[in-house]
Design a protein around this ligand. Structure first.
Ligand SMILES: O=C[C@H](O)COP(=O)(O)O
Length: 258
């Protein structure tokens, strides 16, 4: 059994300008200690306009916080107005990029095919994808949440070789639990995360599946994180709203103390 280092990632979504991003990252850095980073990998996913500021702060102050983007273009460059490319993110030394977040799927019509192309673009540029999957409420109510989510996993991983697949992070985010305050029960989250790991074992091997980190996302807070992290197949959290409060995010990182 591989020991997977938990990954707590704060997805800031469209919040915090670059000045606020600097202040927020400094606050996190001030609160977090070496022992936190030894136990947990900590990352922030700011808006594109903040990335250069966060990079400069992290590198200048030698912070142990990782950072990444919230989206990536499938193209390396060219006439694609408004897009941000993998080479641009790589130049900013982004460690991670969120791909296929439900808000991208819902508001920008992102399909599994596009998610797959973006996963490939991330790997091509040396950036680790945090590939987001999860079902809408009607899918869960119909009892099809596992099938639905596994189809997203399979679609997103199409053509990805094992040596890349074993490094990916998959975030299971039931859409009905995002920003709603409705947390998926820890055991319900575990059911889907275990199924995701099983699907990876089927597509690749148990060895690959044991290495992949699977996060839960959806109304994670300091008050519920410990129970979620107590599940065998949950290796971290993708935190939205609660990551905008530095004290709260630090408590989430210290889930073992909650
Ligand atoms: O990426 C994060 C998820 O969408 C969860 O957001 P939330 O913690 O605000 O529910």
């Amino acid at each position: 059994m591989t020991t997977r280092t938990p990954l707590m990632a704060g997805n800031w979504k469209m919040n915090l300008n670059h000045l606020e991003a600097i202040a927020h990252t400094q606050k996190l850095a001030f609160a977090l200690a070496d022992k936190d980073y030894e136990a947990v990998e900590v990352a922030v996913l700011p808006p594109f306009t903040d990335l250069r500021s966060v990079q400069t702060l992290v590198e200048h102050d030698k912070l142990k916080i990782k950072y990444g983007a919230q989206d990536i273009s499938v193209h390396d460059g060219g006439a694609y107005t408004g897009e941000i490319s993998g080479p641009m993110l790589a130049k900013l030394r982004c460690t991670y990029v969120a791909i296929g977040h439900s808000e991208r799927r819902q508001y920008h019509g992102e399909t599994d095919e596009l998610v797959n192309a973006k996963v490939k673009a991330a790997f091509k540029n040396g950036i680790t994808p945090i590939m987001c999957v999860g079902e809408e409420l009607e899918v869960r109510d119909a009892g099809n949440h596992v099938t639905h989510t596994l189809a997203q996993v399979e679609g997103g991983l199409k053509g990805i070789p094992a040596e890349q697949a074993e490094t990916i992070v998959i975030a299971y985010e039931p859409v009905w639990a995002i920003g709603t305050g409705k947390v998926c029960g820890a055991e319900d989250a575990q059911e889907v995360c275990a199924a995701i790991r099983g699907k990876i074992a089927e597509l690749y091997s148990q060895e690959v599946a044991d290495k992949v980190r699977i996060q839960y996302g959806g109304s994670v807070k300091s008050g519920n994180v410990a129970e979620i992290m107590g599940q065998a197949d949950i290796d971290g959290a993708l935190v939205g709203g609660a990551s905008l409060d530095a004290d709260e995010f630090v408590k989430i990182v210290r889930f073992r103390d909650q």
